[in-house]
Design a protein around this ligand. Structure first.
Ligand code: HEC
Ligand code: HEC
Length: 286
C-alpha cells in the first residue's frame, strides 16, 4: 500500500515538474520574442541647440522627468535592482565616459531611446519608462538631449540588464512591465511646444510621467503593494493644496507617514510652482 502511495506521489510530482517546465519554456520563448522584436521607428529630425539657456532647461527636465532617479545625478548609470533567480535591471551610463553609451550616439539614437523606448538596433530597452516621455514636446525633448549630450563623461562600467527566471515569469504574467516600447504609439506626433501655465492642460502634460505607476486614469492599482488612486476619488484629493504640495516636496504625507519607494518624490520635489499647481488642478478634475 505504502509503496503504491509513494509511486503515485512520485508520479504526481513528476507531472507537476513537467507542467512547470512546459510553462516556463513557453514564457521564456514569449519573452525572448518580445525582447528581440524590431520596432521600425522613424525618429523625428531634430536640431539640438547648444545655448546655455536650453542646456539649463534640459538639466531641470532631467530632474523633473526622473532621469536622475534612475541614471544617477551624474547620468553615469547604476544597478536599480538585482536578485539571484529574478534578474538585474540596470540604468545605463548615458555619458561619453568609459562604459557610457553616447560616444558614438547620434541625435536619432537619443530620440529612439527617449521617445520610442528602443535602442540603436530597434529592439526594446528593458524597463526604461519611455511611455512617460513619448509625448514630451519637441522643445522639451531637444532640451533633454542638449543637456545629456554635453554632460561630463563618467567612467563607470555597469553590468548589463538581465531578465532572469523570476522576471521572465512576472513579465509573462503581466506583473512586471519590461518593454515600454510595446505601449507606445510610435506614429504619434507630440506637440512642438506646450504652453506653461496653471491649467489642467499643462497639468495633464506634467502628469504623463505619473501614468506608468498611477495608470493613465490616475486611479492606481488596487491591493497590497499597489499604487494609490491620486485622481479626484483618491485620498489625496481630500488634502488641501498646500498639504498636497508639501507631500510631493518632502516625501511626507499630512499624517506624517513617508512616501515609500518606488514613489519618486525627489523628482516631484523639483517641480516648479506652476507645475505643481497645474498638476493639482488636473488631478482634481479627473
Ligand atoms: C525607471 C528608471 C528610468 C528612468 C526614470 C529613466 N531611465 Fe533611461 N534607462 C533605464 C534603464 C533600465 C535602461 C537600460 C535598458 C536596457 O538595459 O535595455 C535605460 C536606458 C536609457 C538609454 C540607453 C539607450 C541605449 O541605446 O542604450 C537612454 C538614452 C536613456 N535611458 C535616457 C533616459 C532619459 C533621457 C531619461 C529621462 C527623460 C531616462 N532615461 C529615464 C531606466 C530609466
Ligand atoms: C515609479 C512609480 C511611481 C511614479 C512614476 C509615481 N508614483 Fe506616486 N506613488 C507610487 C507609489 C508606489 C505610492 C505609494 C507609496 C507608499 O505606499 O508610501 C505613491 C504615492 C503617491 C501619492 C500619495 C497618495 C496617497 O494616497 O497616499 C501621491 C500624491 C503621488 N504618489 C503622486 C504622484 C505624482 C503626481 C506622480 C507624477 C508626477 C507620481 N506620483 C509618480 C508610485 C509612483
Amino acid at each position: 500500500m505504502l509503496k503504491k502511495i509513494l509511486k503515485w506521489t512520485g508520479r504526481t510530482l513528476l507531472v507537476i515538474v513537467l507542467l512547470a517546465l512546459g510553462y516556463y519554456t513557453k514564457a521564456y520563448i514569449a519573452i525572448g520574442n518580445r525582447k528581440s522584436k524590431v520596432y521600425p521607428v522613424t525618429p523625428v529630425k531634430l536640431d539640438i541647440p547648444t545655448d546655455s539657456a536650453t542646456i539649463a532647461q534640459g538639466q531641470r527636465l532631467v530632474t523633473t522627468k526622473g532621469c536622475n532617479d534612475c541614471h544617477g545625478k551624474d547620468l553615469g548609470g547604476r544597478v536599480l535592482f538585482e536578485q539571484d533567480g529574478v534578474g538585474r535591471l540596470v540604468a545605463r551610463n548615458l555619458t561619453k565616459g568609459k562604459g557610457g553609451i553616447s560616444k558614438d550616439y547620434s541625435t536619432d539614437d537619443w530620440v529612439r531611446a527617449i521617445r520610442h523606448g528602443v535602442q540603436q538596433d530597434g529592439t526594446p530597452l528593458i524597463y526604461m519608462p519611455s511611455a512617460g516621455f513619448n509625448k514630451l514636446s519637441e522643445t522639451d525633448l531637444k532640451a533633454v538631449i542638449a543637456y545629456c549630450a554635453q554632460v561630463a563623461p563618467v567612467d563607470r562600467v555597469n553590468p548589463p540588464s538581465e531578465i532572469g527566471v523570476g522576471a521572465t515569469i512576472m513579465a509573462d504574467l503581466g506583473e512586471l512591465e519590461l518593454f515600454e516600447a510595446e505601449k507606445i504609439d510610435h506614429n504619434a506626433v507630440p506637440p512642438l511646444a506646450v504652453r506653461e501655465g496653471v491649467t489642467a492642460d499643462f497639468g495633464k502634460y506634467v502628469s504623463q510621467i505619473c501614468t506608468g505607476c498611477h495608470k493613465p486614469d490616475m486611479k492606481g492599482t488596487p491591493g497590497e503593494g499597489g499604487t494609490p488612486d491620486i485622481s479626484s476619488t483618491g485620498k489625496s484629493a481630500g488634502w488641501t493644496d498646500e498639504q498636497f504640495f508639501q507631500t510631493l516636496r518632502t516625501g511626507k504625507r499630512p499624517d506624517g507617514t513617508e512616501l515609500k519607494a518606488p514613489m519618486p518624490w525627489q523628482m516631484t520635489a523639483a517641480f516648479s510652482d506652476t507645475e505643481m499647481r497645474a498638476l493639482r488642478m488636473y488631478l482634481k478634475s479627473i
